[in-house]
Ligand binder design. Structure first.
Ligand code: AMP
Length: 350
C-alpha cells in the first residue's frame, strides 16, 4: 500500500523481506534477505535515499546499519521504545498519557505481587514481540494466572482487564519540521486480539475526547522527534482515554484512509519522510473497514457489494492471517453501517 501510494508521485519502492513471496513483490523491487544479514542489508540499501519500515519486529541494529547511507524514518528510537510493553507504558506515563494499572511479572513471586496491585481480571502479556493477540492471556482467577505464567514464560506484564466502552486509535503524521496532523479518531473492534472492523470518524465522542487524543499523540510524536505516521491505540473507559500501545508505522486502523480521507496514511507517511508538504487528513465522508482474516470470500461476491473497495494482499490463506481488507465510504454514518454490515455478513459466510 506504501508502494501504491508512491506510484503517482514517482516514488518507487524497494522491499527487503525474509519471505520469498511477500505482498510487496507485486508492486516494487524485492530483495529477499534476513534483517540480521549485514551483506543483504548493504545490497538492499545501495542507491536508496530513504528507508522506512511497516513492521515492528525489524531489529533496531538493521535500521542503524541502513541508516549509515540512507535517511531512516520513523526514527529507530520509536521502535526501541515500543518494543517492550513495560518501557512503552513508562514512556506514556512520563508524557502524562494515562495507562491501565499494570506490573512486571517474571516468576511466581512477582506474579503474587502483581495480583495484589493490579487485581483480577487481568491480561498477562509478553513484554516483547507480541502482536495481534499473540503471547497474551486473559486471566480471571489466581489459578488461571499461574497457568498463564507457566505457558507464557518470563518477561511478562500484567495489566488490568479494562472494561472499555470502545477502542479508539489516534493516527497522526509528523514532518521533520515538526508539523503534526491527525486524522479523525478511529473506532476499532477487535476479535481474538485481531483488528476486525474500523469506523472513522468515530461518532458520539464526548466533548474534549478528540482533543485529549490529539494531545496524547502529539506529545508522543514530538517527544520521539518522530517522522511519518504513528498510531496510538487507546481504550475509552468512563469518558477517559487509556493508552494501550503505540504503533510507530502505518497501521491497520488507518487502512480506511485510502478511500476515506483526503490523503491516505500511506501517502502522508511518504510525504513526511521525504520532506514533502503534507496532504489534508480530513475525512471524505464516513468510512468503514473490515479485515479479511484467515479466508477471503469470492471476489465476485465482494465486488457485487455496492461501494465496496477491495484490497487483497496476495498472501497464502492461513488461520488468523490478515489477507486483505474491504473499505466502504458513505455520506452518512447510518449508510456506512449498512454497507459495513453487508460486508460483514459476506465475510461471516451468511
Ligand atoms: P494488544 O496486543 O495489546 O494490542 O491487544 C490486542 C487486543 O486485546 C486489544 O486491542 C484489546 O481488544 C485487547 N486487550 C489488550 N489489552 C487489554 C486490556 N488491558 N484490557 C482489555 N482489553 C485488552
Amino acid at each position: 500500500m506504501l508502494a501504491q501510494a508512491g506510484r503517482p508521485l514517482d516514488i518507487a519502492l524497494r522491499f527487503l523481506d525474509p519471505a520469498t513471496q511477500p505482498p510487496g513483490a507485486a508492486v516494487g523491487e524485492l530483495h529477499v534477505g534476513r534483517y540480521e544479514d549485514a551483506a543483504a542489508l548493504d545490497r538492499f540499501v545501495a542507491g536508496l535515499s530513504h528507508v522506512t519500515f511497516e513492521f515492528e519486529n525489524v531489529p533496531v541494529p538493521a535500521l542503524e546499519r541502513v541508516g549509515r547511507s540512507a535517511s531512516v524514518f520513523p526514527p529507530a528510537r520509536a521502535l526501541a521504545e515500543g518494543s517492550d510493553r513495560l518501557r512503552e507504558k513508562a514512556h506514556f506515563q512520563r508524557l502524562g498519557i494515562p495507562v491501565a494499572a499494570h506490573a512486571a511479572v517474571d516468576d511466581p513471586a512477582s506474579l503474587a505481587a502483581a495480583l495484589a496491585t493490579v487485581g483480577l481480571p487481568a491480561v498477562l502479556k509478553t513484554r516483547r514481540s507480541g502482536y495481534d493477540g499473540k503471547g497474551q492471556a486473559v486471566v480471571r482467577t489466581e489459578e488461571e494466572a499461574r497457568r498463564a505464567l507457566a505457558t507464557l514464560g518470563t518477561g511478562l506484564v500484567m495489566e488490568r482487564l479494562v472494561p472499555f466502552t470502545r477502542e479508539l486509535s489516534a493516527l497522526a503524521v509528523r514532518t521533520p519540521q515538526g508539523e503534526v496532523r491527525m486524522w479523525p479518531l478511529v473506532e476499532n473492534v477487535h476479535r481474538e486480539g485481531i483488528l476486525h472492523v474500523s469506523r472513522a470518524p468515530a461518532t458520539g465522542l464526548a466533548p474534549g475526547l478528540e482533543e485529549a487524543a490529539r494531545g496524547h499523540v502529539t506529545r508522543l510524536v514530538e517527544d520521539l522527534g518522530f517522522v511519518g505516521v504513528m498510531a496510538l491505540e487507546m481504550f475509552e473507559e468512563g469518558g477517559r482515554l487509556l493508552a494501550n500501545e503505540m504503533a510507530p508505522r502505518v497501521h491497520n486502523s488507518g487502512h480506511w484512509t485510502i478511500e476515506g480521507a483526503e490523503t491516505s496514511q500511506f501517502e502522508n507517511h511518504l510525504r513526511a519522510g521525504l520532506g514533502l508538504p503534507l496532504g489534508s487528513t480530513a475525512a471524505r465522508g464516513h468510512a468503514g473497514m473490515v479485515n479479511l482474516v484467515g479466508t477471503v470470500p469470492p471476489l465476485e461476491a465482494l465486488l457485487a457489494l455496492e461501494g465496496a473497495h477491495v484490497h487483497l494482499y496476495g498472501k497464502e490463506p492461513r488461520a488468523r492471517r490478515k489477507l486483505g481488507h474491504v473499505t466502504v465510504v458513505a455520506a452518512t454514518a447510518a449508510e456506512r453501517d449498512r454497507r459495513l454490515a453487508a460486508v460483514e455478513r459476506l465475510v461471516a459466510g451468511r
